[in-house]
Design a protein around this ligand. Structure first.
Ligand SMILES: NC(=O)c1ccc[n+]([C@@H]2O[C@H](COP(=O)([O-])OP(=O)(O)OC[C@H]3O[C@@H](n4cnc5c(N)ncnc54)[C@H](OP(=O)(O)O)[C@@H]3O)[C@@H](O)[C@H]2O)c1
Length: 377
């Protein structure tokens, strides 16, 4: 009798919770709005910026007039000279339920694009001690695909003098992802390291950093990129259109995987008994929404879970902002140990087209957007 009552009340409670969750979702969805809805008047102090008001294909990306930002006490106003695209920028605009849950249910909360930046300090807030107007800097900020952007002091470092703004803007996210990922792999001089997806933004840095750490590097790429990966130092190249690296007899100490297009068992087969597979990504800008979910589940749950029963390790990580690491990457670029690979450089006006090209997923290195004097009014 008592059990029956418990069951009855539990069913009712679940039913009410479901109705409340549905109502919350419905209200949250319709209340979800963004700057495009709110700022309908012409900006008072305008600047050009790359924006997107709705989720969708790369056609939603457009050049717009927005209010020039004003730095608060803890911010630095940067006159942007160059910014670069990352797979993240493409994931942000995609219409996917994961994206909607994270970035805004009905519309994207943040309509501005771009994170990597290089430029000149234009003005600083009163609490800023490390930078002054005129300094050449690079790092991260919100909405770097614009004439001006505000950044926090902890996300910027000084740009080495002999590194161009275009090169500096291509370093932050891709360079940190490669550096921190190779660290997860505990890479040692002389070790055999395989880099799957060696020719994208992250891969081209990973090949060069692994070489600078003394590893013997095997790069996996398509036919048209074989010469490129050789030119940046790869010792061996596997053309994935002709050969599957998981079917070879070669074993690796570290696999740095930007693509995640092989199963746990396949990758394990070519790892040394105590080898480490670092799961950096799930396929770059070209990955489709349906595939992405499968690869997240494959990496996060299946590969990592199964690996706990073996001596081989499957490591996943999130790239973290680190001033020390950014400075280290700047030094590597300054001393010529790494040279950012730039697929193409476009002007701010051409950024929507750059998104369309980048979205196809076959970038060779980085795609950089420059902001020059003639982009300005
Ligand atoms: N863990 C983190 O916190 C973090 C941070 C940033 C990025 N990531 C992830 O890192 C991954 C790489 O980013 P990215 O910026 O380098 O992407 P990307 O620039 O879009 O990479 C595209 C590259 O992937 C290669 N590729 C495509 N299919 C391939 C295949 N079957 N085998 C081998 N290579 C293939 C392409 O080469 P071809 O043209 O030769 O096919 C192209 O050069 C992404 O999944 C991204 O989400 C992770």
């Amino acid at each position: 009798m008592k059990l029956k009552r418990i069951l009855k009340w539990s069913t009712r409670a679940i039913f009410v919770a479901l109705i409340l969750a549905f109502l919350w979702g419905f209200i949250a969805y319709w209340r979800s709005t963004n700057e495009c809805d709110r700022n309908t008047a012409a900006p008072i102090n305008p600047m050009k910026a790359i924006c997107f008001c709705e989720y969708g294909p790369p056609d939603v990306v457009k050049l717009d007039d927005v209010e020039k930002p004003v730095p608060n006490d803890d911010q630095i106003l940067i006159k942007v000279r160059a910014a670069s695209l990352n797979a993240l920028d493409v994931y942000l605009i995609r219409d996917s339920w994961i994206g909607r849950l994270m970035f805004g249910l009905r519309k994207p909360r943040d309509t501005r694009l771009g994170r990597d930046v290089a430029g000149l300090v234009e003005a600083v807030g009163k609490n800023i001690t490390q930078f002054k107007p005129g300094d050449e800097v690079f790092g991260f900020c919100r909405g770097s695909l614009a004439e001006y952007a505000c950044a926090s002091e902890r996300t910027l470092v000084m740009k080495p003098a002999n590194v161009t703004f275009e090169q500096a803007a291509s370093i932050p996210l891709a360079g940190l992802t490669a550096l921190q990922g190779l660290r997860e792999g505990k890479i040692q001089p002389g070790q055999k390291v395989l880099i799957n997806g060696a020719t994208g933004g992250v891969g081209t840095f990973a090949v060069q950093i692994a070489k600078s750490l003394g590893a013997e590097v095997t790069a996996v790429c398509s036919t048209r990129n074989v010469d490129l990966v050789r030119s940046i130092g790869a010792d061996h190249v596997i053309d994935y259109t002709k050969k599957d690296f998981t079917k070879s007899d070669q074993r690796y100490d570290v696999i740095f995987d930007n693509v995640a297009n092989h199963s746990f068992a396949e990758r394990r087969r070519v790892l040394n008994p105590k080898g480490i597979c670092v799961l950096a990504g799930m396929g770059g800008a070209g990955i489709k929404t349906g595939e992405a979910l499968g690869r997240i589940i494959g990496n996060l749950f299946i590969a990592r879970g199964l690996a706990s029963f073996t001596n081989q390790k499957f490591a996943q990580y999130m790239t973290k902002m680190s001033k020390e690491d950014l400075i280290m990457l700047g030094d590597l670029a300054q001393t010529g140990k790494i040279t950012p690979v730039i697929e193409r450089t476009c002007k701010l006006n051409d950024a929507p087209e750059a998104f369309r090209i980048f979205d196809q997923g076959h970038a060779r290195g980085k795609m950089v957007i420059t902001v020059e004097e003639d982009d300005k009014r």
